[in-house]
Design a protein around this ligand. Structure first.
Ligand code: NAG
Ligand code: NAG
Length: 498
């Protein structure tokens, strides 16, 4: 088997590289905090163990879960701007005291953070659709817990930024920072009588660009890190190494690190191919920050300005999410769609496309067709003929889940673009670009709702629904081989292939 040694090797390399973080810091122009990212529950697995065909029921459930996360906000006019705000009473299973962003859910990317003295390690879920950082501690044993009772350094306050939360200050132990740092955050304990107290404990790190999405109104972790001069740039970057490991960099990027890990992994893999598989030996021999030049001499990786080498695109649309204009979608070298609005969400296991776009997209892949209801959001294509895809931002096409490298990839037929065979022995594979009707459904719901109040209904282009009509969701798949930097100050996103 190829897969297991690869994963062990990659995670070995990752911790190895991150362990040398102090050395990396001294080469960076500004301080950066690198956190290891993990996908809860392992990589997205649309096929059952040891099978190469999908479980459509599972896919449909995952699609529903993904869409539901976009359903917690509404749009509002603030001043002369259109902004996103939390819907009232609609978040967290209709409990008015729950905050947006479920903690400890399966399939979500998280980093670990240590809070308190002695430090208690908890999981911090990334959430690009909300903007609060908060810690939830419930009475159940599920999830990861921070309990102020066991921390000598906890400073409580009577300030309540949200019904079930107190504004707390405690020491955070951060990567590559010697002294623990006091940071303030909403510490939420659902009441003993609420259903939410049976849910898991954990924390949520909101990464959305707009403070209008904050429900607690407390100062974000990013702002505190900037104020305390722990970081200098109000940016973060996401780079995935594989389906379950990645790096979140706060205040900078991990571009050079990741490129090194990727190239070293490839080198090590090439060596592995020739030798005993499962031997993880080469890891020890790799030296950090040293690359081999074309002439075989060792060169120290050059210090890089964090802005160069990235293709930047400005954030647009209602203020709230990382929404961009995708200039083109390319299939086998032809542009088949242009000027599509997209929202970036690393936790989406699919690429979601609105109905008209998904039709045009699959129309350009010969032999593809939608599945019959109830699975008509999914399309299949011939496994032996996977398309070569590019998503274009600001004039630069980025390879997207390229499937051109033969019919097999990690045991899944149909290449990287494939979620798996339609059924056992089928020549058709399910595509990772999936139709979403959430924007349209939402507008329809809104129409009914407003009708009851006897108000005239805002139609297309109005404030109806969540504003996701004609908008794509670019999920985890795009980040296989493409890194992203998210800039809070300049309201822009940078991409780069590695
Ligand atoms: C398919 O997925 C569903 C939902 O996750 C699960 O209940 C079911 O057992 C799975 N089917 C098979 C054949 O494994
Ligand atoms: C989205 O929220 C509305 C209420 O605001 C609800 O009627 C609808 O069922 C929700 N849709 C999903 C997919 O959760």
């Amino acid at each position: 088997m190829h897969l297991l040694p690869l994963l062990t090797l990659t995670s070995g390399l990752l911790s190895y590289t991150l362990a040398s973080a102090p050395a990396l810091r001294s080469l960076d122009t500004a301080p950066v905090l690198h956190f290891t990212l993990t996908r809860r529950g392992g990589k997205f697995a649309p096929t059952e163990f040891a099978r190469d065909y999908v479980n459509l029921t599972y896919l449909a459930e995952e699609l529903e879960k993904t869409e539901a996360r976009f359903n917690l906000t509404k749009r509002e006019v603030k001043g002369n701007k259109l902004v996103r705000k939390a819907k009232n009473n609609e978040v967290g299973g209709r409990d008015p005291s729950a905050l947006m962003g479920e903690v400890a859910a399966d399939g979500v990317w998280y980093a670990k953070v240590k809070i308190g003295d002695p430090p208690q390690e908890i999981e911090m879920d990334l959430n690009m659709l909300v903007s609060d950082f908060y810690v939830v501690t419930t009475t159940s044993r599920k999830g990861s817990r921070y309990d102020d009772f066991f921390s000598q350094s906890a400073q409580k306050s009577l300030d309540r930024p949200y019904p079930t939360c107190y504004q707390h200050t405690d020491l955070f132990t951060l990567p590559a920072i010697n002294d623990p740092l006091p940071l303030s955050f909403p510490y939420c304990r659902p009441s003993k009588f609420s259903r939410n107290t049976l849910g898991p404990s954990g924390s949520s790190l909101g990464l959305a660009p707009s403070e209008h999405l904050s429900q607690t109104g407390s100062i974000s972790l990013f702002k505190q890190l900037l104020e305390k001069e722990v970081i200098q740039h109000p940016i973060f970057s996401l780079m995935l190494i594989n389906g379950q490991d990645g790096v979140l960099s706060v205040g900078g990027t991990a571009a050079s690190t990741i490129e090194m890990v990727v190239s070293q992994t490839e080198n090590a893999l090439n060596q592995l191919d020739g030798t005993e598989k499962g031997d993880v030996g080469p890891v020890e021999k790799l030296a950090p920050l040293v690359k081999r030049s074309r002439h075989g001499k060792e060169v120290v990786t050059k210090r890089e300005d964090w802005e160069t080498g990235w293709v930047w695109t400005g954030v647009q649309g209602a203020e709230g999410w990382w929404q961009l204009l995708m200039r083109g979608v390319w299939v086998d070298g032809s542009k088949v769609l242009q000027n599509q609005a997209v929202v970036i969400d690393i936790n989406s296991p699919f690429i979601l496309a609105p109905p008209l776009a998904v039709k045009a997209f699959y129309a350009s892949i010969s032999g593809s067709r939608p599945l019959p209801p109830p699975f008509s959001n999914f399309y299949v294509f011939p496994c032996l003929n996977p398309p070569t895809l590019h998503f274009e931002f600001s004039g630069t096409p980025f390879p997207f889940m390229q499937g051109g490298r033969g019919a097999e990839w990690s045991g899944i037929p149909g290449g990287k673009f494939s979620l798996g065979r339609l059924e056992a022995g089928s020549g058709y594979c399910v595509g990772a670009v999936v139709e979403t009707r959430m924007g349209i459904r939402e507008e329809r719901d809104e129409v009914v709702h407003d009708g009851k109040k006897g108000r005239s209904t805002p139609s297309r282009g109005g404030l109806g629904g969540n504003g996701m009509r004609d908008v794509w969701v670019i999920g985890e798949g795009f980040f296989r081989g493409v890194g992203g930097v998210f800039d809070f100050k300049e309201h822009r996103v940078g991409f780069r292939a590695y």
